[in-house]
Design a protein around this ligand. Structure first.
Ligand code: PHE
Length: 345
């Protein structure tokens, strides 16, 4: 047997197979065929025993060297296959960063949320806490503790949606004020605003909605006066309608405040001169307020001899409509993006 010739033939065959191979599996088979335990090359070792002793080392060395070469060739092909697979993958997964991106629309907070947040920021700056409460309320919290007993005509001021004998959807956020006063137990001052949804039995039209938003405020302390209230309301009016606004207070009636006032702000459109928007009065009504009624203080455990307070109730939709000249309150609830997206913060 001519060992060199046999090896040369094997090497040529291996080379040819390696040129054809395309997958690592195939390569694995080739490896077994040429350098594995059952490979022809490995089998050549059998002939060693037939050789004279002095030829044995050279024979073994030749085979081992061939095995080393074959293995190196297979290894190199493996690298090539790897590289080819990687190139292919990169080609397939290429991203063209110069392509136009889809046009994402950037959202904006709802106008009502914007107004609530703006007022919250302002009141926090004045040392108020923000308090929230349940939308399903008891008659006790929503009415009784606010000096509106069962048969009081003032119940007609707020048409209510009852769920049970004693439970209803709150008609204002004033019950949160009651809850806070009760929580504070008549011994420490209160300075809070209560933003949230409220519900009334109403037929929806351009200016009425069975559900809307309020921010009510309450301050109770040992020396709290009407002029504190007035200064606070002026801040609200200016924050919402501009630094040059003036306010005026008109006497009014709420069961939970005494005296009660209705607050008007000078018309931002005509600066008080009179125009269509303010119906030629120069003023626009924006909210109700007053000094907390002694009965309300008493039923929450505050001694009216020691504590006084003021309260105000802001209708968020009304403010938004006045501020942005919006004619239909239903615009706030139908979630038409053409409406909503007009109010960028
Ligand atoms: N709670 C009143 C309402 O919803 C608003 C208000 C609050 C008025 C506080 C005066 C004082 O109509």
């Amino acid at each position: 047997m001519d060992l060199k010739k046999t090896i040369e033939k094997l090497e040529a065959a291996l080379k040819e197979e390696l040129e054809q191979v395309t997958t690592e599996n195939e390569l694995q088979n080739i490896k077994a065929k040429y350098v594995g335990k059952k490979a022809e090359l490995t089998g050549l070792m059998k002939h060693m025993k037939d050789l004279p002793d002095d030829e044995k080392p050279a024979f073994g060395k030749t085979i081992n060297e061939a095995k080393g070469r074959f293995t190196a060739m297979i290894e190199a092909t493996k690298q090539t296959l790897h590289q080819r697979a990687l190139d292919e993958k990169l080609r397939r997964e290429k991203v063209d960063v110069t392509l136009d991106a889809p046009d994402y629309r950037l959202g904006t907070p709802h106008l009502l949320s914007q107004i609530v947040e703006e007022l919250e920021d302002m009141f926090i700056g004045m040392g108020y806490e923000i308090k929230e409460g349940p939308e399903i309320e008891t008659d006790q919290m929503n009415f009784e503790n606010l000096n509106i007993p069962k048969d009081h005509p003032a119940r007609d001021m707020q048409d209510s949606l009852y769920i049970g004998e004693e439970t209803l959807l709150r008609t204002h956020t004033s019950p949160v004020q009651v809850r806070t006063m009760l929580e504070y137990g008549g011994t420490r001052p209160v300075k809070i605003i209560c933003p949230g949804k409220v519900y009334r039995r109403d037929d929806d039209d351009a200016t009425h909605s069975h559900q809307f938003m309020q921010i009510e405020g309450l301050v109770v302390d040992e020396v709290t006066t009407m002029s504190d209230l007035k200064g606070t309301l002026l801040e609200v009016a200016r924050e919402m309608f501009g630094p040059d606004r003036q306010i005026r207070l008109r006497p009014s009636y709420f069961p939970f405040t005494e005296p009660s006032v209705e607050v008007d702000v000078t018309c931002a459109n005509c600066d008080g001169a009179g125009c269509n928007i303010c119906k030629h009065t120069g003023f626009i009504e924006i909210l109700g307020a007053g000094m907390v009624n002694n009965n309300v203080l008493r039923s929450a455990g505050y001694d009216p001899e020691r504590y006084q307070g003021f309260a105000f109730g802001i209708g968020v939709e009304r403010i938004a409509m006045l501020k942005h000249d919006i004619e239909d309150i239903r615009n706030f609830y139908v979630n038409d993006l053409r409406f909503n997206s007009q109010f960028k913060r």
